[in-house]
Write a protein that binds this ligand. Sequence first.
Ligand code: PLP
Length: 396
Amino acid sequence: MTITPLMPVYPRSPVRPVRGEGVYLYGEQGEKYLDFASGIAVNALGHAHPVLTKAIQDQAATLMHVSNLYGSPQGEALAQRLVDATFADTVFFTNSGAEAVECAIKTARRYHYAKGNPEKYSLITFSNAFHGRTLGAISATDQPKMRDGFEPLLPGFTVVEFNDLEAARGAIDAHCAGFLVEPIQGEGGVRMASEEFLHGLRTLADEHDLMLVLDEVQCGMARTGKLFAYEHYGVEPDIMSIAKGIGGGFPLGACLATEKAAAGMTFGTHGSTYGGNPLAMAAGQAVLDVVNNDAFLAQVGRMGERLRAALEQMIPNHDHLFESVRGLGLMIGIKMKSDSRAFVAHLRDHGVLTVAAAENVMRILPPLIIEEEHIAEFVEKLSSAARAYQAPDTSD
Ligand code: PLP
């Protein structure tokens, strides 16, 4: 038998973390890594944060799981906090981002069904988008590497060019239920929606009675220096999927919706055995306790600016390698002139973890608790790794 016990769907790197503390991860042999990947924007509070750890420990010893057949004081409390902090009136808790996206797609479809328009089931989505790996979520992207071999996919998605408002307008037809879009594409290469584009989608949605569904699984939860990225744009969605940072490392996601958008989500229409379990709710509360205040959000914004300024200053010294810096807050991408995957692997050998993304972008997603000293360490190690780097020869 050659297959590994862990299904071999990930090209796993040699890094094998067994412990984490703050912004550092430690491997099996004690190797130390500066973790500017955060489990792909998950460990918002870094590793082993005392507030999150204690909340999980206390809740685990009190009540871990009960069925959603019973009342949920824990779920009600966290949902209320999310409602108070956002555009939303109601929340469905999930265990992952893809499930949050699934709930968002179902909510958008049911809105039209409940209004007597079941033919309006189709969502307009955007090039290079990533919404997760369920059949519904891969049907919403145009990326062959995620779709090939899994057909037939879910009908009801039309993919048009990201940031192209006219293309989105042109794709609206009698079946259109709304738009599904990441305000800042993560896997797609830290590409920001333009203000004009997001405002334009909101206007189109209002004009045609469509749902604007935002996927903030990666860019939400304080990563950009505001609790949610849509706040930077002054555009409110009807439905939003979130996950990753909201649990700080504990599996937790949510689908948020306005009362109007959730009109079809009545008894029996959706569910999850684990969604909203008391342990996940305790993790979500602890993360919100730390991040949802002006001082923390302002600090994320400040650290984002410092990091970006330091990178912009450094880049011209390595202009054979780096092209430009993009992103918002602590969701930063460096556009590279050669394969970003190869450079991410090289940087790993210098004790720093980052993540590759599409378009040869290296994603820099540090824990939101970083301080100036971590930025200095990162930039120093990045510079020395860049000096030592020989880009692989890709010429034929
Ligand atoms: N949506 C976006 C924007 C994401 O970045 C991701 C994961 O990277 C997902 C959805 C899927 O989340 P999960 O892997 O938790 O299912």
